[in-house]
Design a protein around this ligand. Structure first.
Ligand code: AMP
Length: 459
């Protein structure tokens, strides 16, 4: 099928041509005609399937008729994270070239006043994270009674982040007669329940995960000791050993570890940016820009911050931590091997991670091969050595960026899904944080016979 058979306006078709798209993706082909016919749509699809254009293109076509009224946006798009909201805005800008589409973005880190001014003038498209949207609403500057189309994107992620009560509240503030477009990658029971509540006789469209992704990704497990310093050591070795590494995303399970690992990699001379839920909007955007433009080749990220990001052409994924939810593994490795390109994913596995690896292998339906030695062959409490034949001394990717103090402030999102576990400064933590300093003498590795009490016998 061709784009011009879907019922899109001439101007939108031109924008699609300028974007270089030759044919609609399956979700676009199936959703666009229904969206244009004003039907509710339940799209079960994940990022990478072209789902953003599946709702933005027909919305732009529809918005060509009519105009926005003061304080009453015509359409509302809810996204779980600021980056996704900003990405959707970019899509609207790209596909509405030459049109006078007015937009406002209600996300943390973007000034209230500027967005209020836009809303007061009237906007066609309002893109928001749920918490920030309700903040504006409660200030009385915004009416949702003119909403013609409500888009709820990445609904299962919203569920993970605790946004569902906000979503329910927002949906009730929109007119009953609105059209609802609902996208989710998975259908847990809670999501099923709210689709029954919010959608009226929806067209259900389910598209498979981009099947080509897995085929083009070489997945390997790397055995490592479980201590933080051992894992960092293993990671550095793997980064050096990856001869074809162009750029990489390094995933951690906790935001605290994102910050620690970033600092450690910086200290070792790697060009690195980081992304986690506690960073302010500017810092996040800077980090993403630096990574996207190749200024830094490494991005250390948490799942929540990185979910759904469209960063084309990432050569490597490193799972510094094995994800606790098997689903996240699929999302993480899906950041590479996009659009038929080759990608590599390396997952650091310590003895404690076995059960999570079993769950991942069950989900993806096959065993992942080990790179180098297996966990069973790993010497007790030792970081694994990269096999010699894989190890090629190469220039460290990128220049070390100037060291800046990361300022973390609490996220503006009411509930962050990333577990935040402030740790007391235990001796072990101190040691972990100091592990990157040059070791003097025996360092921490004092052989146990030296620690045995010495018995002095009287002669
Ligand atoms: P999404 O799933 O919306 O995050 O889109 C993933 C990527 O696919 C984005 O970089 C889009 O620019 C791109 N894309 C969307 N529709 C098409 C299409 N019909 N042909 C080629 N690329 C597309």
């Amino acid at each position: 099928m061709k784009f011009n058979e879907l019922g899109l306006s001439e101007r939108v078709l031109q924008a699609v041509e300028s974007a270089g798209y030759t044919a609609p993706t399956p979700i676009q082909e199936q959703a666009i005609p229904h969206v244009l016919a004003k039907r509710d749509v339940l799209g079960i699809a994940q990022t990478g399937t072209g789902k953003t254009a599946a709702f933005t293109l027909p919305m732009i076509s529809m918005l060509e008729q009519g105009r926005a009224r003061a304080r009453m946006p015509r359409t509302l798009i809810l996204e779980p994270t600021r980056e996704l909201a900003a990405q959707v805005e970019e899509n609207f800008v790209r596909y509405s070239q030459g049109q006078k589409l007015s937009m406002a973005l209600l996300i943390g880190g973007v000034s209230f006043n500027d967005q209020d001014a836009k809303i007061t003038r009237g906007v066609d498209v309002l893109i928001a994270t749920p918490g920030r949207m309700l903040d504006h609403f409660e200030r009385g500057k915004l009416l949702l009674t003119g909403i013609e189309v409500l888009v709820i994107d990445e609904a299962d992620r919203m569920l993970d982040m605790g946004f569902i009560p906000d979503i329910e509240r927002i949906a009730k503030l929109c007119p009953f007669t609105r059209q609802t477009l609902f996208f989710t990658a998975t259908m847990p029971p809670e999501i099923k329940h709210i689709t029954e509540q919010f959608l009226s006789s929806p067209v259900v469209i389910e598209v498979a995960r981009p099947a080509t992704a897995a085929a083009t990704i070489t997945q390997r497990l790397v055995a490592t000791g479980g201590q933080d310093h051992e894992k960092r050591d293993t990671l550095r070795k793997q980064i050096h050993a990856a001869a074809d590494l162009k750029n990489a995303i390094v995933f951690c399970n906790r935001k605290r570890d994102v910050a620690t690992l970033t600092k450690s990699l910086e200290k070792h001379g790697f060009g690195v940016a980081c992304l986690h839920g506690d960073m302010d909007q500017r810092a996040r955007m800077n980090a993403l820009d630096n990574f996207r433009t190749g200024k830094v080749p490494l991005l250390v990220a948490s799942d929540v911050a990185a979910r759904g990001l469209d960063i084309p052409d990432v050569s490597h994924i490193f799972n510094y931590d094995v994800p606790i939810h098997a689903d996240d593994y699929v999302h993480r490795i899906g950041r590479t091997g996009r659009a038929g390109r080759q990608g590599t994913s390396l997952t650091l596995v310590s003895r404690a991670d076995r059960k999570h690896i079993d769950a991942i292998e069950k989900l993806i339906g096959n065993k992942i091969e080990w790179f180098g030695i297996t966990l069973d062959e790993l010497p007790a409490s030792e970081a694994v050595e990269t096999p010699r034949h894989h190890h090629q001394e190469r220039k460290r990717p990128g220049r070390p960026p100037p060291r800046t103090e990361e300022r973390h402030r609490p996220s503006d999102s009411p509930r962050s899904a990333e577990p935040s576990t402030p740790r007391p400064a235990s001796p072990r933590r101190q040691r972990d944080e100091e592990d990157d300093r040059p070791v003097k003498g025996l360092g921490d590795h004092v052989p146990s016979f030296l620690l045995r009490p010495v018995r002095i016998t009287k002669s």
